[in-house]
Design a binder for this molecule. Structure first.
Ligand code: C5P
Length: 227
């Protein structure tokens, strides 16, 4: 039987937030932001170990109390210059079996729920390729010209926004990331091998905190979850 692992790349600086503190440690609902994603992953019984990939010089992670997650949470100080490099380094350092599954999740998606995880695992565990959480694009899409005017309207039919977790067999993901370094998510690396990962319908609430105003929305959603 294949096992399930989670890997959370958390070695970014989060420069778009305009804060000195790396994004994953910004205070959110009484905890550092990364706590919330780790909590959802560690609370899911199918997932055996949750690896968190930190920058080699990260001096903040150990300042927090993670004891409630016990040995299930394993920090790895091997983050790289890009997200893809952090994931690749983490996979190599975690030394898991090629046939096991890994769910790669951004530290900056704090509103992930156990229901999202249960759905992703159920819909992908028997898949040949793997799959990702995603939502169909809701807005009308405009392509800009060089002067910030609309060059044309794009057809949004069949377009989805990729989220995380992205779930692949460890061997396949290693092969994919070793040959396609210049990617912004795991699925792109797998697609570059000519494969077609599954789209699993998620919710917009699993958004990535990117700009300061996203924190307010995340705070609201997390406070509702707590009630
Ligand atoms: O910057 P962005 O929001 O795209 O980052 C997505 C995730 O990738 C975050 O959890 C961030 O910490 C992580 N990351 C990383 N190593 C990098 C850059 C980003 O682990 N070099």
């Amino acid at each position: 039987m294949s096992e399930f692992y989670a890997l959370v790349p958390a070695a970014g600086s989060g420069s778009r937030m305009g804060s000195e503190l790396p994004k994953q440690y910004l205070p959110l609902a009484g905890q550092p932001m990364i706590f919330h994603a780790l909590n959802a992953l560690c609370s899911t019984t199918d997932i055996g170990t949750v690896f968190v990939v930190l920058a080699p010089d990260d001096a903040l992670f150990h300042a927090y109390d993670w004891s409630r997650f016990g040995n299930k949470l394993q920090p790895l100080y091997c983050g790289g210059a890009t997200r893809a490099e952090s994931v690749l380094n983490g996979l190599l350092a975690s030394e898991q079996e090629p046939d096991d599954w890994v769910l790669v999740h951004d530290a900056a998606r704090p509103c992930l729920t156990q229901a999202h995880l249960v759905k992703l695992i159920a819909e992908v565990r028997d898949d040949e390729v793997g799959g990702i959480l995603a939502v169909p694009v809701a807005d009308t899409l405009k392509r800009a010209d060089g002067t910030q005017r609309i060059a044309q309207t794009e057809n949004r039919e069949g377009l989805w926004q990729a989220q995380t977790p992205q779930m692949f067999r460890i061997g396949l993901l290693l092969q994919a990331l070793q040959s396609a370094r210049d990617v912004t998510d795991e699925a792109s690396a797998v697609e570059a091998l000519g494969l077609h990962p599954k789209l699993v319908a998620s919710e917009p609430t699993n958004f990535k905190v990117t700009y300061p105003q996203d924190l307010l929305l995340a705070e609201l959603l997390l406070s509702q979850k707590g009630n």
